[in-house]
Design a protein around this ligand. Structure first.
Ligand SMILES: Cc1cc2nc3c(=O)[nH]c(=O)nc-3n(C[C@H](O)[C@H](O)[C@H](O)COP(=O)(O)OP(=O)(O)OC[C@H]3O[C@@H](n4cnc5c(N)ncnc54)[C@H](O)[C@@H]3O)c2cc1C
Length: 373
């Protein structure tokens, strides 16, 4: 039987972060197996942006850091300087090539490109059966794969279109992100966000909330109109269009402490069910798990559930039922609070809700309460 000390099934964001965290810890000499179904170094094309106040496993691979955020709409625009937080951008190319170089230097890490088909466990071990390579066992199996994950037929989630914008003029401030530029359409809650790459190039993303199979308008035309009118960039061009859908999945946040199979990443309920962001939470969770393994030989640590499922559900409903009111609530959050770092922390739901009471006490709660009923 092929046995290892640790098996990591799925080498996307969480699996790769865990591998690097282990190699950077007292567990660095453990015999580690990493399994990924996709061939090549980069399993998928993706760009992560997120705000953070601390370094993480991929800090050296980050491509841009921004220190101010602009929040806007057709009738509002304000730029806020961040205090300690920064907004970062990292592409899957940069992240996975950086990781591959570091992992490649460690002979105790075996990487197999094969598909995990099933998992099993007994009292002391867990195992994974791979499509071509057979069975592998270890005391701990970390799982971010799609095995045993059922996707609803037409999930609700975040639809995102991303393009590279090129201009002839120095149109972009490389330290400032347009985080939310709300441009609702008659039937949908939409916002643009702009991540500058240099003074003449930026990534433009159109974000909408909706069902996966929902008919979508001409996103590119909408984006061209936005650049021409709202950004006053009539000469701008759009290239390399890509589309992504992030389903809101009801993965449980709770792990079973008696199990040797440990869900990680989105599969461990780390995706925020309003923003669909998960990067910073995956980094924090990975650090805590490896710390716990180094100290107690087990990856489990006390996890305090800080997400606001009830509020997120009500906010998602409000976004559907009344996009204009939802837009106003987002803008008020920034407008009514001088500490933008704290507003971003609230959006990440880093702390229990009551710790944000000073932040939300000025806001009108009734639209959300009505949407919650
Ligand atoms: C389009 C998109 C954009 C996003 N943008 C952001 C963002 O800007 N900021 C942010 O914070 N979050 C973002 N997220 C959310 C989240 O950060 C990502 O989903 C993140 O990649 C989740 O990490 P993960 O390890 O759980 O899953 P993944 O990164 O998807 O990794 C899972 C890996 O497991 C592999 N796998 C699956 N099944 C099997 C199997 N049976 N056998 C072997 N391998 C398998 C997959 O190929 C994949 O490589 C985005 C998500 C999507 C979909």
């Amino acid at each position: 039987m092929n046995s290892f000390d640790i098996i990591i099934a799925g080498a996307g964001l969480a699996g790769t972060a865990l591998t690097l965290e282990l190699l950077n810890s007292p567990l660095r000499n453990n015999k580690i197996l990493v399994v990924e179904q996709k061939q090549g170094v980069v399993p998928y094309d993706r760009t992560w942006s997120y705000w953070t106040v601390k370094k993480h496993q991929f800090s050296k691979a980050v491509q841009e850091r921004y220190t101010s955020v602009t929040v806007a709409s057709d009738e509002y625009r304000q730029t806020f300087n961040l205090r300690n937080a920064v907004l970062e951008r990292i592409s899957s190319q940069s992240l996975f090539f950086y990781a591959a170089k570091r992992i490649g230097a460690h002979k105790n890490v075996t990487v197999i490109h094969d598909r995990a088909e099933s998992f099993y466990e007994d009292m002391d071990h867990a195992g994974v059966r791979l499509q071509k390579s057979g069975m592998f066992i270890a005391p701990w199996v970390f799982d971010s794969t799609s095995v045993n994950t059922t996707l609803p037929s037409n999930p609700f989630g975040v639809l995102g279109w991303t393009w590279t914008v090129r201009t002839k003029t120095n149109a972009f401030d490389t330290l400032a992100v347009t985080l939310f530029d709300f441009r609702n359409t008659p039937d949908s809650f939409s916002f643009f966000y702009i991540l500058p790459v240099n003074r003449k190039t930026a990534l433009l993303t159109l974000t909408q909330y909706g069902y996966q199979n929902e008919a979508q308008g001409d996103a590119k035309q909408f984006a061209m109109r936005y650049l021409k009118t709202a950004q006053n960039l009539p000469g701008a061009t759009l290239e390399n269009g890509s589309y992504g859908f992030i389903p809101f999945l009801n993965h449980h946040h709770d792990r079973n402490p008696s199990s040797h199979i440990v869900p990680i990443g989105v599969k461990a309920g780390l995706m925020n069910s309003l923003s669909s962001y998960a990067f910073t939470e995956i980094m924090a969770d990975t650090e805590r798990m490896v710390e716990a393994m180094a100290q107690h030989k087990r990856p489990y640590y006390p996890r305090h559930h800080t997400h606001f499922p009830g509020i997120n559900r009500a906010m998602r409903r409000l976004i559907r039922q009344n996009p204009q009111v939802a837009k106003k609530m987002f803008i008020d959050l920034f407008k009514l609070n001088s500490n933008t770092d704290e507003v971003l922390s609230f959006l990440s739901q880093d702390k229990p809700f009551m710790e944000y009471f000073p932040l939300v006490r000025h806001m009108n709660p009734f639209p959300l309460l009505a949407a919650a009923i």
